[in-house]
Each structure stands twice: as structure tokens, then as C-alpha cells.
Design a protein around this ligand. Structure first.
Ligand code: PLP
Length: 400
């Protein structure tokens, strides 16, 4: 018998970390790797944010803060939610966490009872199902069709809801597809949710600002305020401000859930890093030029990459509405044999072939609950993206 708890034994290590590790190992072994695995901005944290962190250190903000985060940061988050999302939260309805991932994990930890069902639209962010499993819940995967831009539709949601349904996890823009829900999409989902008053809803808004649609995104809570008493909003500064290493995220929601998250945090991690909180405050309150420029850069990479992928035999993809990934359909390369005689039975074979024969690292769609695809990142230079797609073209040029 293992001495590791069974609920943890069932948790798989993150496949994106595994893919990144595999690419790094090949690179260390001297192989040239075109890395399209990255899940973080390729920019440095903006200077004014770094300077705010240095100033906080010099001011002595190097001690414990309130478990739920500094009053200044929680107020700044409340202001952000009001300004950008038209949602009113009191700072005591907000908890600052060690990244958005930690916020999601704690929200599930304080609410999921063994056997509770957590609805997860697929393609999904790799961590959701395993977080649910770690909390002894049951992930229920809801497939979302490429023809519907990989978005969850109302009928699929309704058909999946049962008396055991505890949560719906909604991520827009979505990792890995970039699927971005419109007001109408959210309205249709809200109408279903209104019929199931015990279901909690978590919106993972971490890619909110990495959006290529015209005009601001609407929030589910603003579309249907009646959902607010059971809505937990998760967001953070990682992707928007190129601050993945600083580990600051947050959750906003009803006081009982946020309060329980704060209690859990007070007995586990305590506060998120004090210096990082000062940096996050500067990010939320400071000049937003960086965000606009980063999005323009991602957007031009997206346009170029989508065009090139669609010109590559065996591959196709839709232009994502947000985030910095392409979810590439590789069904045209599956069940075929490469020029070198390698049979590609599924997306995992495709991904291993690209890595081993061409040195291109991407992540198989199976990791996101959706075989037949792979995810490639555009959070890297256009030269790397172009080179990666060129090698894909070579890889699939003579499929039999
Ligand atoms: N949610 C989604 C959909 C993500 O893709 C990621 C990071 O990859 C996170 C949350 C985690 O963000 P953080 O770095 O703030 O923990």
C-alpha cells in the first residue's frame, strides 16, 4: 500500500509542465527545440511594476500581511471589478491568493463534498479535472464542438446538470482554444443556471485582457445579476501583466465562500507574498499601456499563425477570440503514415512525431480532454512561431 493518500494518487501531474520538461530535457541534450508549449507571456514584467516591488521592499513591506491580502490591494481589486466588469464587491468579499490557480483550488476545497459533480466544458484547462479529483469531487466533462467555436451551449449544459452538480467552471477566453463567450452565449447559459439554484459558478477570467474581440468583454455576473450570490470570480495579474512568477491571483464572491477560503488560507499558505501584492497593486492601478501593446503583438502573431496553419496540409484552426494559444485540428494527419514510415494513430502520436523528428514542442489535445488537436502557444516571437509552422509543413508534406 502506498503511503500517499488515495485522493492524491489519483491526481495526474500537469501535462503542460510535463511537455515543457520534455522539451527542456531534449534541449539540454543538445537538440534544437522550437518551443511552442509556453503558457506565459514572453515579455518582462513592466518596469513600473518592478519598481513598485523594489520600493515596497525598501519601505519594509516584507512581513506578513492580512491573510486575505492587503486592504489596499483588495480595494484595488474591488475598483477593478467595478470599473471593468460593472460588478460591485466589498473588499471583504475578496481574497488574494498565490495565483489564480490557488484561488480555484481553494474555492473547490471549501465547497466540494466527496462525489459532488463539477461540470467542466472541454477543451478545458488541464488543471481543472485534477483539482476536482484532489478535492474528492467528480469531474464531469462537457464536450464543446469546434463548429460552435469550442463554446459550451445551453442544451449541453442543461443535459449535464443533476442534483449532484455542485459547480460549473467557465473559462473565457479559454485556455486552450481562445473561445470567448459573447453576451448572448452567457445569457443562454444563465437562463439554464437560473433553473438550478444550487449550482455554483466559477468564472476563470485570467485571460480577460488578452482579447481580440472589439469592445470589452461582458461578465456573466453583469449579464445575470441574480447569479451573483453563487458566483465566484477568479482572476489575477499573471497573464495580463506578464507576472506569472509573482504568484498573485484573487477570488471575489459571496462572503461565506470567500470567508471559508480565507480560513483555509490562514491555516495553510497564509497571505500571498507581500512584495508581490505591492507589485499587483501597481499593476492594477498603474498605466495600462503595456496591456494594449502586448495584445496588439499577440494579435498580429495570431493572424499570421492562423493563416500559416491553414496553409499547412493536414492542419487547420480557427482564429481564437482571446488568450495566446491556437488549438490546431490535426485530424487530417491522423491515420496516415509519414514519409519516414511512421504511422500516426492519434494526436499524441502527432505531437511525439513533431517533437522527435522535427524538434517542435506542442501539447496533445488529449491533455485538454479533446483528442484530434494540439495546442501551440503564440506567446513567443513571430520567428519561433514561423519556424515551428514551417517544420510542421515539412513534417506533414508527404503523408500517405
Ligand atoms: N486559469 C487558466 C485558464 C490558466 O491557463 C492558468 C495558467 O496557465 C491559470 C488559471 C493560472 O494562473 P496563475 O498563474 O495566476 O495561477
Amino acid at each position: 500500500p502506498s503511503r500517499i493518500a488515495s485522493r492524491i494518487l489519483r491526481v495526474k501531474p500537469s501535462p503542460s509542465s510535463a511537455a515543457a520538461d520534455r522539451a527542456a530535457a531534449l534541449r539540454r541534450a543538445g537538440k534544437k527545440i522550437v518551443n511552442l508549449v509556453v503558457g506565459e507571456p514572453d515579455f518582462d514584467t513592466p518596469r513600473h511594476i518592478r519598481e513598485a516591488a523594489c520600493a515596497a521592499i525598501e519601505r519594509g513591506e516584507t512581513r506578513y500581511t492580512q491573510n486575505a491580502g492587503t486592504p489596499a490591494l483588495r480595494q484595488a481589486i474591488a475598483d477593478k471589478l467595478s470599473r471593468e466588469n460593472a460588478l460591485r464587491y466589498d473588499p471583504k468579499q475578496i481574497v488574494v491568493t498565490c495565483g489564480a490557480k490557488h484561488a480555484i483550488f481553494n474555492a473547490l476545497s471549501v465547497t466540494v463534498e466527496p462525489g459532488d459533480e463539477v461540470l467542466i466544458p472541454a477543451p478545458y484547462w488541464v488543471s481543472y479535472p485534477d483539482m476536482v479529483i484532489a478535492c474528492e469531487g467528480t469531474p464531469v466533462v462537457l464536450p464543446c464542438a469546434e463548429s460552435n467555436d469550442f463554446k459550451l451551449d445551453a442544451a449541453t449544459l442543461r443535459a449535464a446538470l443533476t442534483p449532484r452538480s455542485r459547480w460549473l467552471l467557465l473559462n473565457s477566453p479559454t485556455n486552450p482554444t481562445g473561445a470567448t463567450y459573447t453576451r448572448e452565449d452567457l445569457r443562454a447559459l444563465a437562463d439554464v443556471l437560473l433553473d438550478f439554484p444550487d449550482v455554483l459558478v466559477l468564472t476563470d477570467d485570467i485571460y480577460e485582457h488578452i482579447s481580440y474581440t472589439d469592445g470589452p468583454l461582458v461578465h456573466l455576473g453583469a449579464v445575470e445579476p441574480a447569479l451573483l450570490p453563487r458566483l465566484v470570480i477568479v482572476n489575477g495579474v499573471s497573464k495580463t501583466y506578464a507576472m506569472t512568477g509573482w504568484r498573485i491571483g484573487y477570488a471575489a464572491g459571496p462572503e461565506d465562500i470567500i470567508g471559508a477560503m480565507e480560513t483555509l488560507q490562514s491555516q495553510s499558505t497564509s497571505n500571498a507574498c507581500s512584495v508581490s501584492q505591492a507589485a499587483a497593486l501597481a499593476a492594477l492601478e498603474g498605466d495600462q499601456t503595456f496591456v494594449r501593446e502586448a495584445v496588439l503583438t499577440y494579435r498580429s502573431r495570431r493572424d499570421r499563425a492562423v493563416e500559416r496553419i491553414n496553409a499547412t496540409p493536414g492542419l487547420s484552426c480557427r482564429a481564437p477570440g482571446g488568450a495566446f494559444y491556437l488549438f490546431v485540428n490535426c485530424q487530417g494527419a491522423i491515420d496516415r503514415t509519414t514519409a519516414g514510415g511512421r504511422f500516426l494513430a492519434n494526436d499524441t502520436d502527432v505531437v511525439m512525431y513533431l517533437l522527435e523528428e522535427k524538434g517542435v514542442a506542442v501539447i496533445a489535445g488529449a491533455a485538454y480532454g479533446t483528442p484530434g488537436y494540439f495546442r501551440m502557444s503564440i506567446a513567443t516571437s513571430i520567428d519561433v512561431i514561423e519556424e515551428g509552422i514551417r517544420l510542421m509543413g515539412e513534417a506533414f508534406s508527404d503523408l500517405r
